[in-house]
Design a binder for this molecule. Sequence first.
Ligand code: SF4
Length: 285
Amino acid sequence: MNVVEKRLSCDHSEKYLVRLADGHAVETLYMVDEARRLTFNSTVCISSQVGCHMGCRFCATGRQGFIRNLTAQEIIGQVDLCNRTRKNAKQTPLEAVVFAGMGEPLRNYDQVKAAVLELRSRLGLCQFELATVGIVPKIYEMIEDFQGSDISIRLNLSLHASTDVQRRQIIPMTQEYGVEEIIQAAAAYAAVFNTKARIRYMLFHGFNNTEGDAARLTTLLQGKPLKLILSQYNENNIEGLTPANRLEVLDFYNTMKTTVEAEIFHNFGSDIQGGCGQLKQTVAV
Ligand code: SF4
């Protein structure tokens, strides 16, 4: 595998288009954040699948459909390529690896787990984050697998809706697990690891930013070890979805912060199509 294209963002993020041995491609994003808005200064966001089953309407990867799972070696290979390619590799060691690139990592959990274990043993990395739409049995499997380990995997649950009906409109393949069930699993995970799981909520104008949404979110999240992370939608020109503007995001944040712990997410690399929901395979096979 090799890097066939590198793009630089004005926020110093670097995005790599990585071609795999069979000609498919995935994208990898390196983020440097001295202000530690991501908690870590030096973080690589990697892909776990070529394409994705889940079909999230707002996501460029989801619109491509699923092609195949990555192997553990292809997952680790992105970290190695990032360390060989990024311009500050000598001065700034990687602090964390985030599974939030292309693919649903819990749909390829065995390979993701093998990659985590090898990154821990070979590179000494023990800080991870995993973004999921909420594959409930796999969340409980992660508890079993990593309880008592020195590896920390922060759970980042992509909720984006306050009801099951609403969620199915934007994340169609998650109908197996309801909103309450996935929130319960995230809270159980966070309680075991004595941390807070992050609940990602991307705001769409007139769709999920109403007073009713705020009230339902409060009921779902209040009193649990969860932190609400609000973000603005990275425009992908999808019919029927319009990003909430900055003022609407701020309004929703001001409402939510009175009842639950909340923050507004800083999007990295959105000017190079490297932000959440913007990664995709962009070379022909
Ligand atoms: S947001 Fe994540 S889970 Fe949804 S389609 Fe995109 S890559 Fe898949």
